[in-house]
Design a protein. Structure first.
Length: 267
């Protein structure tokens, strides 16, 4: 892993959010990469519940100020950054008052999924990619965590396919347990189609539920991680049929499992 650039993108990262399996992995994996000589940068949303003063977040003026187009709307992007104490790890926060000011993550107080999560996903996807472009930092590996990042593989292979910074990037996706029921959005397909993503790629999200978002991830990722013990059999079968390299849940507990996967399993 020496001198390899690994971009970590997640909807949850400790110490900024509670210690879920995803949030812990999104911290431990880049820490292990750093320990093996790799270079990492972490991106996550700046939710309203994150205490900016305690975690010493500050806006990066040279990276802020862009507008992301989301379903024909101009949405201003603010970039904030912080360093994880005692670690050589920098975290970039994608911020916007309309999408991320609320003091919650992806669900309301009753556990219901937010109705604008589809637009938040598009904004987050474009915001991360455009910020990495401004940093002029080319990642060898892009490691995604959770269904909220499921548009990244699609956008990198379509909307950003001619972007030289990502020409050689390998996309790895960690898939976690289902945490919402029903459809994320009835018109998510149309909002993604606005970005001139070809119709063939959009059939999967005609029904934007957990299974189809996971299927979209499998279709467009280069490598896959089953990061939950309770993984649906039909999705496991889908991964097997894809013939793409993957790590089973039992394997990720082994020391340096991710380092070995990056270096020996990805083509």
């Amino acid at each position: 892993m020496k001198d390899k650039n690994v971009l970590i993108i997640s909807s949850e990262v400790v110490p900024y959010l509670p210690q879920t399996e995803q949030a812990i992995n999104s911290f431990e994996i880049p820490k292990n990469i750093n320990d093996h000589g790799g270079q990492t940068r972490i991106f996550m949303p700046r939710y309203g519940m994150i205490n900016e003063r305690r975690h010493q977040l500050h806006e990066v003026i040279r990276l802020s100020g862009m507008n992301m187009i989301v379903n024909d709307l101009d949405v201003p992007l603010v970039i904030k950054v912080a360093s994880i104490p005692k670690e050589r790890m920098q975290v970039y926060f994608i911020d916007n008052d309309e999408y991320f000011k609320r003091r919650a993550l992806l669900h309301d107080a009753d556990g219901k999924i937010f109705s604008d999560n589809d637009e938040r996903m598009i904004f987050f996807t474009k915001g991360v990619v455009e910020t990495v472009k401004k940093l002029n930092w080319s990642p060898d590996i892009i490691h995604l965590h959770g269904w909220f990042t499921s548009l990244f593989p699609l956008y990198l292979k379509t909307f950003y396919k001619d972007e030289p910074l990502f020409a050689d990037s390998q996309v790895v996706s960690s898939i976690y347990a289902q945490d919402f029921e029903g459809v994320l959005s009835s018109d998510m397909k149309d909002k993604v189609a606005f970005d001139q993503v070809e119709e063939d790629h959009l059939k999967t999200i005609e029904t934007a539920d957990y299974h189809h978002l996971t299927k979209l991830t499998v279709e467009h990722s280069d490598g896959l991680i089953i990061a939950t013990e309770d993984f649906p059999a039909d999705l496991k079968s889908l991964i097997d049929k894809s013939n793409k390299p993957y790590l089973a849940y039992e394997q990720i507990k082994e020391p340096n499992a991710y380092i070995d996967f990056y270096t020996n399993k990805l083509s």
